[in-house]
Design a protein around this ligand. Sequence first.
Ligand SMILES: NC(=O)c1ccc[n+]([C@@H]2O[C@H](COP(=O)([O-])OP(=O)(O)OC[C@H]3O[C@@H](n4cnc5c(N)ncnc54)[C@H](O)[C@@H]3O)[C@@H](O)[C@H]2O)c1
Length: 331
Amino acid sequence: MRLAGSNVLVTGGAGFIGSHLVDALAGLKCRVRVLDDLSNGREENLGLHFGDRRFKFMKGNVCDPADVARAMEGVDAVFHLATLGVRHSIGHPFLNHRVNAEGTLLVLEEARRAAVKKFIYCSSSEVYGTARYVPMNEEHPTNPCTVYGAGKLAGEAYARAYWLTYGLKTVIIRPFNTFGPRSHHEGDSGEMIPKSIVRSLAGEPVLIFGDGLQTRDFTFVEDTAAGLVEAARCDGLEGGTFNMGNGSERTILDVARTVIRLAGDGRSRIKFLKGRPGDVLRLYAGSEAFRKKTGWKPSVSFAEGLKKTIRWFKSRGEIRVLMNEEKGANW
Ligand SMILES: NC(=O)c1ccc[n+]([C@@H]2O[C@H](COP(=O)([O-])OP(=O)(O)OC[C@H]3O[C@@H](n4cnc5c(N)ncnc54)[C@H](O)[C@@H]3O)[C@@H](O)[C@H]2O)c1
């Protein structure tokens, strides 16, 4: 579909990936509306856009029918990203399910009522659980290890059902791990790379939960956002499910060492702690189907992306303040 000039809704648009997606859509001259309850997102992430007449921020909850119906008025395309995270699901399984699964069902239903033309559901590689073979294509079995992964998989099932039952043009995208500026170091949203950057800049030990031989497939956030745009722009993906990842695997130990080398004075130690509950041991994306259909491919290397991320954390001011928000074992 032609996105330029269209009305798009981004749920979770004040968050890490969502705000980069808003930047990309604004660059395409879309009229962008964000629905976010700011539970983990930040208005600062959208600072560029306040004051732009094509942009509207709506503080609201994807579990509230009135909020979602209001946000959906006149919308051509929806990017549904609002989510509570993996570690959050360990301590709060029911709330996590409510937002990730039931919230998705509500957003789909309001999109159907509003006759939305395209619905991009941002799922996650966490639906797979640990790899049984690599690279993991879309036929790989789904065995989520956490309530988060299970809730994202339920959201996928609802998105597929809305295509098959009602003809709502849904596209399911499974991004693998994403990193970059605006990522979370704090509380139970904190992810390995931003947590390690903050600890390294503060001269504190970088934490590894388990033996560090777990692997992940990392994509820079601007590439992830560009992929979500392509998922909406490219026709013929409706009803489909697509992986979106870099196509390489990296151990957590290697990531920790690289962060220590690039951030701080390079002298932080690594501290090994007991493994995380429900931790996925291996992820390595096979994204051939998505690449072939859309022409998308990541353009930012891991080292380049890491340097940009470190620069962003340095620009945020007092590192001790960030360090106080970093919760170590955050579940
Ligand atoms: N970060 C990754 O590595 C990664 C990997 C794969 C998939 N994803 C998916 O990408 C999407 C965005 O993730 P992110 O990393 O940017 O997370 P994030 O926490 O930064 O963004 C999620 C946003 O949703 C908002 N939100 C939470 N509950 C809400 C509610 N009830 N109503 C309205 N808004 C609500 C939060 O305030 C936040 O701004 C999610 O769908 C996630 O599953 C992320």
